[in-house]
Design a binder for this molecule. Structure first.
Ligand code: 5AD
Ligand code: SF4
Length: 497
């Protein structure tokens, strides 16, 4: 959600004539888009704001804004951080260009947040127009865009701050989602990811018809240019689940990937979390998903160290991870959030060392399963949407480590030209499969006319020694090595080549 909000704000500010710089020191305006889900994220923002106070001493005209969930949660309390000029909640992002303008001209501090967060925001229509107008391609991943299907959340899991900062659950009208996606496709977007805190609860009534997520998937599948459709995050509930899985099974553009957090494997903890399902019911949903879509990749979220979590509760979570065979899990240590039911009623009584130990143990169990699932890809070819250059030089390390600077040996199926020149070009690209596996591979070699100076490169474009840009394109990669989190391989075919 935050990435989407950032992309929309960035696009509106570019439209208003602002330019973006890489370093806060060179900026006249610094905006922090913030998350309140865990305390750690908020503390990091506070520390940046403290740092900016010093920068502002020598640069008094600098405008500093805090937007997003932390702005909604803390409101004008954020002005205690003297660097802050603008506080703007998630429902008010349409006001950002005006707020910045006023802060520059009038040098006044301004706050725009929703007063009664559990009532529908009066800013809803302005936000809808803003979103439809400025919903753009992801600035980090060319060819991909997030499209919000739902706002807010009504679930009130006892640990979670989201219902208090993002407001009531509402579904956007299907025509707005479709229009926005069509425009994105016309601008070259190939993959859309529909977003909602409980995306499978999407429900929009129009006359006699009630639209659910399966309807959206059907309608988006009709849009030319969109090739992959993803959706996150799913909530473990039976309503619409069957229809959504059937849509995934029938519609080739819908990626066979399901992010469905369980949070715990213990019924006692699930109850205290107010999740509304048992571990057995959760596993039944996974079974149903795998029966309808046998090759589906499943990812989970877990919280360790929830108040009262015993060794036995934790053992049940380990057991669930083993049974569910997730492709990957996001594991978090419980962080009490002010205003939530767990924070009001339950003592944060699991010591930090135990939280750390359980966190490590779950990561190890998951790593083993991820490693096994990854190994199944060895020797297979996969299609990826290329994101751009790999941040870490995984392949180089591997080449040096195993064969003293020689490229790894390949077996059949690899285009020999690409294979031999890949090592020469040296540029490692990263992409993701439809089932969300990260794939690192060597890009195509440079050809004389297609190189460009590094300083003019967009993320994903090769530098002087690299090849033509594949970022935002589909590519076929043959996997020759795997690790629990990453598949490594060689480019077989660039789909636009
Ligand atoms: N403490 C720790 N993790 C949390 N999450 C949400 N709230 C908290 C909290 N208070 C995790 C959940 C959720 C993910 C986005 O963040 O696992 O699925
Ligand atoms: Fe938070 Fe629960 Fe809503 Fe997810 S479903 S956003 S965990 S309240």
């Amino acid at each position: 959600m935050n990435k989407l909000d950032s992309a929309i704000v960035e696009s509106s500010l570019r439209d208003a004539g602002y330019q973006f710089v890489d370093n806060a020191k060179d900026a006249d305006v610094v905006l922090f888009n913030t998350c309140s889900v865990r305390d750690h994220a908020e503390q990091r923002v506070m520390s940046h704001l403290g740092h900016l106070k010093h920068i502002k001493e020598s640069k008094p005209d600098l405008v500093v804004g805090v937007i997003g969930c932390m702005a909604q949660r803390l409101g004008s309390e954020l002005f205690k951080q003297s660097a802050v000029d603008i506080v703007c909640g998630p429902a008010q992002i349409a006001e950002i260009p005006r707020l910045i303008d006023e802060a520059i001209k009038e040098k006044k501090k301004a706050v725009a947040v929703t007063e009664k967060i559990r009532q529908l925001s009066p800013d809803g229509q302005a936000l809808e127009r803003f979103e439809t107008e400025y919903g753009v391609e992801d600035s980090e991943i060319p060819g991909q865009a997030y499209v919000r299907a739902m706002h807010g959340c009504d679930k009130f899991c006892s640990y979670c701050v989201v219902p208090y900062v993002r407001g009531p659950e509402t579904s956007r009208p299907p025509e707005a989602i479709i229009e926005q996606t069509r425009r994105l496709a016309q601008n070259g977007v190939k993959q859309v990811t529909l977003l909602g805190q409980r995306i499978n609860a999407y429900e929009y009534k129009a006359g006699d018809k009630t639209y659910c997520l399966a309807d959206l998937l059907n309608m988006i599948s009709e849009i030319d240019g969109i090739e992959w459709i993803k959706f996150v995050t799913s909530y473990p509930s039976a309503k619409y689940f069957n229809q959504i899985m059937e849509a995934m099974s029938k519609l080739p553009k819908v990626c066979r990937y399901l992010h469905i957090p369980a949070q715990s494997g213990s019924d006692n903890i699930l109850k205290a979390m107010n999740r509304g399902y048992t571990c057995a019911e959760y596993l039944k949903l996974l079974d149903m998903a795998r029966q309808i879509v046998p090759d589906i990749a499943v990812a989970g979220d877990f919280i360790v160290g929830f108040p009262g979590e015993t060794d036995n509760d934790f053992a049940q979570t380990v057991d669930l991870i083993k049974k569910a065979r997730y492709k990957n899990s996001f594991i978090f240590k419980y962080s009490p959030r002010p205003g939530t039911i767990a924070d009001k009623r339950l003592e944060d009584n699991i010591p930090q060392e135990i939280k750390n130990k359980r966190n490590c143990e779950l990561l190890n169990v998951q790593e083993e399963i991820s490693g096994e699932l990854a190994r199944d890809f060895s020797g297979k070819t996969v299609t990826v949407l290329v994101e751009g250059p790999s941040k870490k030089s995984h392949l180089d390390k591997d080449i040096v480590g195993r064969a003293g600077l020689a490229p790894p040996k390949q077996s059949g199926g690899v285009n020999p030209t690409l294979q031999s020149s890949a090592a020469k070009s040296g540029i490692q690209l990263v992409g993701r499969t439809a089932t969300d596996w990260i794939v690192v591979f060597n890009g195509p070699p440079a050809s004389a006319g297609e190189t460009s100076p590094a300083s003019t490169c967009r993320l994903g474009e090769a530098g002087p020694n690299g090849g033509p840009s594949l970022a935002g394109q589909f590519a076929t990669v043959k996997i020759n090595r795997t690790s629990p989190l990453t598949l490594f391989g060689e480019l077989v075919e660039n789909h636009t080549a």
